[in-house]
Structure formats: structure tokens, C-alpha cells
Design a protein around this ligand. Structure first.
Ligand code: COD
Ligand code: ATP
Length: 248
């Protein structure tokens, strides 16, 4: 099984690429979704109420929209709150992600896609054979934002808490330019997928939601890919190739 990490700026198209790879037989591991599951755990809710007060709750659940206003900011207090939140949420999220990776390996899927926004920041890159970095202009992301109800300011605040895109590019093995349609993005994804032996469908397949793709694997082809020099050591430290990376 080959492990592909997807990175990029917030709202840069990581999930879109993951969905496209699911259509090509990969399994999608969505760290945001797993972190949301962790936020539903009783012990985590108790810890958050202890730290943030009852305001963090809405109808007994963590109010993520409110919490985002408390942790994404440039001031010292916000940064300390984010650090605290990550220290609570990341370890159980890591455990869930590890379990899902092991499950995918056992199921013999050809590829697992790690859709982890903080892939480098949380050292998840060590699990990856390849890392694909999306380069997506702010203007494009702005035009897609309305779907998730964020303002540009919210987007920028989150981005400021992540590794700069220049660093993400430098540390990645492939770069995808997401500055056109999703079909244009798909053709870049298909090219890279073909290189690692994933079955690329000719026609457009229906979209898989994170919900449905998370535990269910694509029915297209479950046979393992031919081993390449990079996919034989899924659990070893990935070696970052020297120099800059060609635009794919
Ligand atoms: C603050 C929370 C409640 C806001 O929830 P919300 O539903 O608004 O956002 P969601 O979780 O879907 O994240 C959307 C995007 O925000 C950005 N983002 C989320 N957490 C972080 C973070 N700790 N640092 C920088 N950017 C982040 C990412 O680009 C992510 O894809 C939530 O993001 C959270 O609990 N974050 C801390 C846990 C974490 O680091 N998650 C990232 C994956 S491990
Ligand atoms: N090339 C594209 N053409 C049109 N819409 C796009 C394109 N790429 C992404 N989008 C849209 O932009 C929005 C953000 O994309 P997506 O959710 O894939 O980003 P993301 O990187 O996973 O975001 P985050 O990690 O911050 O949650 C979505 O509504 C998606 O449909």
C-alpha cells in the first residue's frame, strides 16, 4: 500500500483531491473528521469545559464555530489556547488515524490518502511515501469560501497558524496547481495516480462524501499496486529529495 499525504492551504482542495483518489481505489483518511470525532468524546468535552467554560458547549456538544474564534488569532492568548487544544485533541486523533492506516493495510487497498492539514507540523509526513502539495491562489479559495461560511479573515487566521506554503512545497514530493476547474485538478491527480499504478477511471464517477468513503473502500480495484521504490517502507522516515520540485 502506498501512503499519499495531501497538504496545501486551508480550503485549497485537499478533500477534493482525496475524493478523486477514492474514485481511483484509494481510501481517504480525513484528519479533520477524526478530530471532530475526538471533540465528541466525553473526557475531551469535560476537559474543554474545564478550560473554556460552559460557553464552549451548544446543546451539549462542542461549539466548533465559537471555539474557532477563541483559538485562531495572532495574539498570545489565542496562540496559547490553540496550543492547549492541540495538546488535548492531537494524541487521540493520531491514535484513530493509526488504527485507520492499519485497517487499510490489512484490507489490501492500493493506496491510503492522508488528508491531514497539519501533516508536517504534527510529523505525519513520516508515514507518507509521497506528499502532494496543492498550490491554490487566495483569490480562488475566496471564491469557494461561501460554501463553508468562512470569511476571508477566518481563512487567513487559520493559514497563519500553519507552516507557510513555501515550506510545504519544499518538503513535498509533488506539486499540484489548483488554479482552474476541478476537472483540471482531476487530470493532474490522474497523471500522478497512473504513475503509482492506481486504476484511473475514464469517465467521471459520482462524488464520494467523506462519510461514505471513510470506512468503505472503492469498488474499482482492490489489488495492491506494483511495488515502487517509495512504497516499500510505509512506516520509515520519508526522504525529502533535494532541490525544488517540478510543477506537475
Ligand atoms: C478549532 C476547531 C474546533 C474549528 O472547527 P471547524 O469545524 O471550524 O474547522 P475544521 O476542524 O473543519 O478545520 C478546517 C480547517 O481549519 C484549519 N485548522 C484546523 N485546526 C487547525 C490548527 N490546529 N492549526 C491550523 N489550522 C487548523 C485546517 O486547514 C482545517 O482543514 C477545530 O479545527 C479543531 O478542533 N482544531 C484543533 C485540532 C486540529 O489541529 N485539527 C486539525 C487536524 S488534526
Ligand atoms: N478546482 C476547483 N474548482 C472548483 N471548486 C473547488 C476546486 N478545488 C476546491 N474547490 C472547492 O473549494 C472548497 C474547498 O475545497 P476542499 O474542501 O477540497 O479544501 P480542503 O483543502 O480540504 O479544505 P480544509 O482542509 O481547509 O478543510 C470546496 O467547496 C471545494 O468543492
Amino acid at each position: 500500500m502506498i501512503v499519499i499525504g495531501i497538504v496545501g492551504p486551508p480550503a485549497g482542495g485537499k478533500s477534493t483531491v482525496a475524493r478523486q483518489l477514492v474514485e481511483m481505489g484509494a481510501v481517504w483518511l480525513d484528519a479533520d473528521r477524526l478530530a471532530h470525532q475526538v471533540l465528541n468524546q466525553e473526557s475531551v468535552i469535560e476537559a474543554l469545559v474545564g478550560y473554556f467554560g460552559l460557553e464552549v458547549l451548544e446543546e451539549g456538544k462542542i461549539n466548533r464555530k465559537w471555539l474557532a474564534t477563541q483559538v485562531f488569532g495572532d495574539d498570545l492568548e489565542s496562540r496559547q489556547r490553540l496550543q492547549w487544544l492541540e495538546a488535548v485533541v492531537h494524541p487521540p486523533t493520531r491514535l484513530l488515524l493509526q488504527q485507520k492506516l492499519i485497517e487499510a493495510t490489512k484490507n489490501g487497498v492500493p493506496a491510503a490518502v492522508l488528508d491531514v492539514p497539519l501533516l508536517f507540523e504534527s510529523n505525519w509526513d513520516v508515514y507518507c511515501d509521497q506528499i502532494w502539495c496543492l498550490v491554490t491562489p487566495l483569490q480562488k479559495r475566496q471564491s469557494w469560501l461561501h460554501e463553508r461560511g468562512w470569511t476571508v479573515e477566518e481563512l487567513k487566521k487559520r493559514e497563519a497558524r500553519q507552516l507557510p506554503i513555501s515550506e510545504k512545497k519544499r518538503l513535498s514530493t509533488h506539486i499540484l496547481q489548483n488554479n482552474g476547474s476541478s476537472e483540471e485538478l482531476r487530470s493532474q491527480v490522474a497523471k500522478l495516480a497512473a504513475k503509482i499504478g492506481l486504476p484511473v477511471p475514464n469517465s467521471k464517477k459520482p462524488n464520494f462524501s467523506s462519510e461514505s468513503s471513510f470506512d468503505a473502500y472503492s469498488p474499482i480495484d482492490r489489488s495492491p499496486v506494483t511495488p515502487t521504490d517509495r512504497n516499500e517502507h510505509c512506516w520509515g522516515k520519508r526522504v525529502v529529495p533535494p532541490g525544488s520540485h517540478p510543477v506537475e
